[in-house]
Unconditional design. Structure first.
Length: 148
């Protein structure tokens, strides 16, 4: 699970790095010539996120979270290998998710590398979740982390 979490962290940070490079490239180069007058630029609002890769992703994610909060994770939603990995971590993860409090909101963030990302807000925590479903609708990848 740790490699998946690390991979998700890298994936989620990649867009921010790309934006930082664009912003730095827009600065005037005062070393080659005198500084040009600064012109006001209209802020660019980000395009709204497209729909999840799998339309069932949000509903499935909500089911997993509800199961963890009640202490009854539905492993039939997962592939056998993922279910085995989640079972190994259930004793640690379930109390953690229960400590987040009541689910307040689930907002789609975007998709990367075949996974759909969601901002999941609870009464006591803000988190980011990644979920991937196969063609049969089974969860093949699932991870979460604190929101940044």
């Amino acid at each position: 699970m740790k490699p998946l979490l690390l991979a998700a962290a890298v994936l989620l940070f990649a867009p921010a790095a790309a934006h930082a490079q664009v912003a730095a490239g827009a600065l005037p180069n005062t070393f080659d010539r005198p500084a040009m007058p600064v012109q006001a630029v209209e802020p660019v609002s980000p395009a709204p996120a497209a729909a999840p890769l799998n339309p069932a992703a949000e509903d499935t994610l909500r089911k997993v979270i509800a199961g963890a909060q009640t202490g009854a994770i539905d492993y039939t939603l997962m592939t056998d290998d993922l279910a085995e990995k989640v079972r190994e971590q259930e004793a640690t993860v379930t109390p953690l998710i229960q400590g987040f409090g009541v689910l307040v909101a689930v907002d789609f963030l975007g998709s990367q590398e075949g996974m759909d990302g969601f901002a999941v807000t609870f009464a006591e925590a803000a988190t980011e979740w990644m979920i991937a479903l196969n063609d049969e609708g089974k969860i093949t990848g699932l991870l979460f982390r604190p929101a940044e």
